[in-house]
Design a protein around this ligand. Structure first.
Ligand SMILES: Cc1cc2nc3c(=O)[nH]c(=O)nc-3n(C[C@H](O)[C@H](O)[C@H](O)COP(=O)(O)OP(=O)(O)OC[C@H]3O[C@@H](n4cnc5c(N)ncnc54)[C@H](O)[C@@H]3O)c2cc1C
Length: 398
């Protein structure tokens, strides 16, 4: 079969761009096809041209020095030295219509009694509620941890598999512990996509894939088709299930049962003088219409302050979200300098997910099709890149 590219990657989030990077470094002709008009997926730092290009993170906001695969990519791109340390500002709770300290929700004696279990209790195969309720105490879980975890993954966290929430990774000591970039994390996606060795085409929604002899035929919604020898799906699981071609029925059956959480993100920007609130990293909401709010205060700006509120889906209409977020920040909606609404999606992993991944890997073994995403090891940027690295190695060798 004559091919247009050695390797086509579908989806230009960090998983797909990472897979493309690792493949292009092996000298393979690599194409990334992305449905939306920009690259980055959940790495999305909207800039406001009318406000001196001030930006806010609408999705991922922090990278850590434990993100080994990401740091390798940043090294390859010559970007590592441009990483910016995040200013240390703390999170607060938003509970019962008031801002409160995190410590106010902590049951210290219960935590002290339970903590020894932190070093002995096995994590694997347990839900977040089960594991953390046991190692830090049921009341600490109920009043603090379940809200903090829901704030991180923007969805109810009780049934989430513990091993997928925080995975211990070695830290690179020569690197800032928590970092971003002067123009936000979208910088990373844009820099990977800008490499001459990778072709990226946006506004290309894939509608079908046919397993064709030794490779694949990729059908784009606009009627175009492309051929490749190897293919990687780097899209959310519901999309992956719909795209897996004939011959991959077992994989399709496994993937279609993985749920997705929908998140209605509201980004608000104000003139700094209009917000009296002390600088903060963000808010962890307790039983509210939003899971969390993340501020831009980690990279302070004299002129503007920005906040991304991550709302539960279908609870408040756009107008009510704006009013609620402004009430939480204690700023009049009339003081909004700019705002935008973004639909984020994250996988809703459940107990038993590790087994699903093992079965999926068995179904993909020996095939020329890779499947990556933030729904294998966990949702972090590094979890996604760890999967992409492993899939590219499986397809093309070391
Ligand atoms: C609010 C929020 C805060 C977060 N904070 C952090 C953080 O601080 N640190 C951290 O490490 N992680 C964080 N994360 C998680 C992390 O950002 C994401 O898990 C990761 O960026 C997801 O990358 P991905 O490529 O797997 O998926 P996505 O980013 O979802 O990319 C999938 C891409 O596939 C495209 N696509 C879908 N269908 C098609 C199709 N048919 N054809 C072609 N393309 C298609 C989509 O348009 C999208 O661009 C956060 C996530 C969110 C939502």
């Amino acid at each position: 079969m004559s091919t247009d590219f050695d390797h086509i990657v579908i989806g230009a989030g960090i998983s797909g761009l990472g897979a493309a990077h690792f493949s292009a470094r092996r000298g393979l002709s690599t194409l990334v096809l992305e449905a939306s008009d920009r690259v980055g997926g959940c790495l999305n730092s909207p800039h406001f041209a009318a406000l001196d290009n001030f930006w806010v993170e609408a999705g991922g906001h922090t990278c850590f020095n434990s993100y080994g695969n990401l740091l390798t990519i940043l090294d390859d791109l010559g970007l590592t030295a441009q990483a910016q340390a995040k200013v240390k500002v703390g999170y607060s709770l938003w509970k019962g219509g008031k801002r409160r300290s995190i410590v106010s929700a902590l049951h210290i004696f219960e935590a002290l009694r339970s903590i020894p279990r932190l070093f002995t209790a096995p994590k694997d195969g347990r839900s977040v509620a089960d594991y953390y309720g046991s190692v830090l105490g049921q009341r600490n879980y109920r009043d603090l941890l379940r809200h903090a975890f829901a704030a991180v993954i923007c969805q109810p966290a009780d049934d989430y598999p513990t091993e997928a929430l925080f995975r211990r990774k070695p830290r690179r000591k020569d690197m800032i512990k928590a970092f971003t970039f002067a123009e936000g994390l979208a910088t990373i996606a844009e820099a990977i996509a800008a490499q001459p060795a990778i072709t990226v085409r946006t506004s290309q929604r894939i509608s079908g894939i046919v397993s064709d002899g030794d490779g694949f035929r990729v059908e784009i919604e606009n009627g175009d088709t492309l051929r490749c020898g190897h293919l990687t799906l780097a899209v959310p699981p519901d999309i992956a299930a719909s795209l897996l071609p004939a011959g991959f029925e077992t994989a399709q059956m496994l993937v279609k049962n993985i749920g997705m959480a929908e998140i209605e993100t509201l980004v608000l920007v104000f003139r700094a003088a209009d917000v009296a609130l002390k600088p903060l990293a963000g808010l962890i909401a307790v039983d509210d219409a939003f899971y969390s709010a993340v501020s831009r205060d980690f990279l302070p700006d004299d002129r503007y302050r920005g906040f991304a509120f991550h709302f539960r889906p279908g609870v408040l209409c756009e107008e009510a979200q704006i009013e609620h977020a402004c009430a939480v920040l204690n700023v009049s909606p009339q003081r909004i300098a700019a705002h935008t609404q973004i639909h984020n999606r994250l996988p809703a992993l459940r107990f038993g997910h590790v087994d699903v991944v093992q079965q999926l890997d068995a179904a993909l073994a020996g095939k020329r099709l890779g499947v990556t995403g933030n729904w294998f090891f966990g949702v972090s940027i590094e979890d996604a890149l760890t999967r992409s690295q492993a899939e590219v190695t499986r397809l093309f060798g070391d």
